[in-house]
Design a protein around this ligand. Structure first.
Ligand code: SF4
Length: 180
């Protein structure tokens, strides 16, 4: 179905520049190709044919941070790995977003010890937290949909007021916390 058929005989479509830019950003949000632990297996399943992340314009994982605008932190982050994650984040160009996938990336999870970062938001600003050990692909997709909804509300001005979302294992929003 073409745009003409959807728009009917209106002839003219009006929108704002912000809405058009944000729509484009959500339809071509390319994740960075990396995984840290078991959660990455579910992330890979999300991208495979059953769940088909390419429906959302996200089928291309970029091996270079310079070509990626979404960091999905899938797995626990060790203290040794922390500086590497931060460097990768810094190498991504703006605008960029971060999803903390799973309990370990969000809070340290079962690894409550000195060797593991107790939440990747100690290192990079997180936009959406997806709970679960590991979260199912449906939960990750729900987190991505929430991120898209968040991006659609973003201003083209600096993102100082951006807020993070926390999700429970069923993908429901828990609290609004943190800021860039
Ligand atoms: S949340 Fe669970 S599945 Fe994910 S990295 Fe931690 S232990 Fe592994």
């Amino acid at each position: 179905m073409g745009l003409e058929e959807k728009a009917g005989n209106l002839g003219v479509i009006t929108t704002t520049l912000e809405a058009a830019v944000n729509w484009g950003r959500t339809r071509a949000m390319w994740p960075m190709l990396f995984g840290l632990a078991c959660c990455a297996i579910e992330m890979m399943a999300t991208q495979a044919s059953d769940y088909d992340l390419s429906r959302f314009g996200m089928e291309i994982n970029r091996a270079s941070p310079r070509q990626a605008d979404l960091m999905i932190v899938a797995g626990r982050v060790t203290r040794k790995m922390g500086p590497v994650v931060r460097q990768l984040y810094d190498q991504m160009s703006d605008p960029k977003w971060v999803i903390a996938m799973g309990d370990c990336a969000s809070t340290g999870g079962v690894y409550n010890n000195y060797a593991v970062v107790q939440g990747v938001d100690e290192i990079v600003p997180v936009d959406v937290y997806v709970a679960g050990c590991p979260p199912r692909p449906e939960a990750l997709i729900h987190g991505i949909m929430l991120l898209h909804a968040k991006v659609m509300r973003e201003r083209l001005a600096p993102r100082g007021e951006a807020r993070a979302l926390r999700l429970d294992a069923n993908g429901r929003q828990l609290v609004t916390a943190g800021s860039r």
